[in-house]
Each structure stands twice: as structure tokens, then as C-alpha cells.
Design a protein around this ligand. Sequence first.
Ligand code: AMP
Ligand code: TRP
Length: 324
Amino acid sequence: MKRLFSGIQPSGDLHIGNYLGAIRNWVRMLTEYDCIFCIVDYHAITISYEVETMQSRIINAAAECIACGLNPDECTIFVQSHVPEHTELAWIFNTVTPMGDLGRMTQFKEKSEQHKQNVNVGLFDYPVLQAADILIYKAEAVPVGQDQIQHIEFSRRVARAFNSRYGETFPEPFHLTPNIGRIMGLDGKSKMSKSLENHISLSDSPEAIKKKLATAVTDINRKRRNDPGNPEICNILTLHRLLSTEKEIEYVGTECRKAGIGCIECKMILAKNMTAELEPIRERARELKENPERVREVLEAGKRRCRTIAAETVREVKTKMGLL
Ligand code: AMP
Ligand code: TRP
């Protein structure tokens, strides 16, 4: 079986962008690949955070991943900082990475704009650590949302640079990305993100989902109920495509175009389907969060497996580099 690796930041509750853009896909790959999933706490500390919340954020992220269907019997789940070899390999990769490559990364440019007061070296070096995450397991398949494609392409360049300098060691990983683009936020302006008030969390109640959808931006040219809308530019239709039946998608699309359905009615069909998909996840996540010991056991088992593989790769790398 080929190996698959992906990571997710412990940024509090996960949102439906994470779920629809990434995790739902990961679940479908469990039987096809040897899957490793990582809670990337060392990436999360590149922006300022509250120290007291970090442990619960890590447990919550793991609990929600498991609740979404990442069954620990079928995959490995662990915390990045529990396997210190990641940062060791990242240092080595720093020495085969041109600075210019990192300066061009869209995420770096966006984040250094958003966090002007804290543009630290870790934020700049973030993709190098990400390359180490993947390559330390010699993973080939990397399922991520569209926003991460640039980082996976960067990882390929790192693998190539290392291989050509020190001899064939790493496979060149490829990204697996659902063909849905990025999930936009409820503001209709930027991508759905935990740090912006434009998301629906996996832990939101059915009432909260309804309330958030009710105020979500639709086709801004459709000002009144009787104006025909353009579903192609409406974020609500994108979400319907991911959560509703063929019949419903067809119905809301056609009716929107001829003003046969109002935005609220359309949104309430979506709310019903979103709730049906998210309720079982929310329930399983709640049980797990109440039993953090169970989550810790999963992460502990993941750490043991990953450390063995990671130590072996680092030994091979250091030998090739004349460091052992
Ligand atoms: P993060 O929370 O940034 O660690 O993201 C975890 C996974 O969710 C990554 O594969 C991202 O590409 C994906 N993701 C995050 N936000 C979105 C979004 N708005 N649309 C699609 N995928 C997303
Ligand atoms: N940077 C990714 C994100 O923000 C998370 C991540 C870290 C990752 N390491 C990874 C994803 C390795 C895939 C592979 O979403």
C-alpha cells in the first residue's frame, strides 16, 4: 500500500471548510492507502496563541477528526511535536531550500499581512516543516484543500533538491485535492477560516447552523425576493452541491433563476442537510471530548508508530549526508 499523509492545525473547533474540503475525503482513502494524520501543533505556534488553550485544542482537533470517521483502527493519528525528528529533518531541509522559494508562498504573504506584528522566522519556514512532515514518512499521497497545493509542490522541490545533492532518498509527493475549489466563508468574501467570523463549526448546534446560514451572503445582485438570482455565483449553491441530493440541487438552482424560491427557503433546505450530516459527528465528538483519555491513547499509539518510522528516515538521511 502506498503511504498517505496529511496534517491539520489544532485551531480550536474544526469548520465545514476543513470537513468538506479535506477530512471527508481523507475518510474515503482509509482503505486505499496506509494513512497517517498529524495534528500540527508546531505549525500552529507560528501565529500568536493562548498557551492555556493549546492542550484542549489538540485534543479537540483529534476528537473531531476521529468523529468525522478517521477510525484509529484503520489509520495512525498523532501530534507533530511528539515526534521531534520532524524538526530535525526540517533543519536539514532548510539547507537545500532557496529563501526566494519561501518568500513566494501565498500563505506566507497572506499570514504576514494578517499578523503584521508577528512575522516570525517560523512563519516563513512553515513550508519546510510541512515538507519534513510528509517526507519523513516517505508519503506519496497528500490530500489537502486547494489552499495547500503550493506547499505540496514545494515539498516535491525539496525532495528533488535533497535527492540530487545526497542521492535518491525521497519520493516526490503529489496532492489529492477535491475538485471543489476552496470553501468560501459565510461573508462570501474570503475563504472559510477559523480565524475569521465567517465559518460554521462542526460543533455548531442545528439552531446555530440555521442562524448562521440565514445571514450568509448570497448573490449580492439579488436584493429582493422577486429578483431572479444567479446560483453560479452563490456560495449557498456551492454548499448545496456538497451536501444536498441531485434533485434538491436541480430544484434550488432552477427556482433561484426564476425567483421561484427565496434565499431563506433555499438556505433552510441546506440547513436541514447540513444538520443531518453533522449531527452524528457532533455527537461522537462530544463523547470523545468527555473522555479525553481515549483520545490521548490514540495519540500515544500514533506517536509510537511514527517515531519508529521517523527515526529510521533520519538515520538514513544523516548517513547519506556524512553526519553518521
Ligand atoms: P488547516 O485548518 O488550515 O490546518 O486546514 C486543514 C485542511 O483543511 C487543509 O487540507 C486545508 O486545505 C483544508 N481547508 C481549510 N480551510 C478550507 C476551506 N475554506 N476550503 C477548503 N479546504 C479548506
Ligand atoms: N499546512 C497545512 C494547513 O494549514 C497543515 C499541514 C502541516 C499539512 N503539515 C502538513 C498538510 C503535511 C499536509 C501535509 O492546512
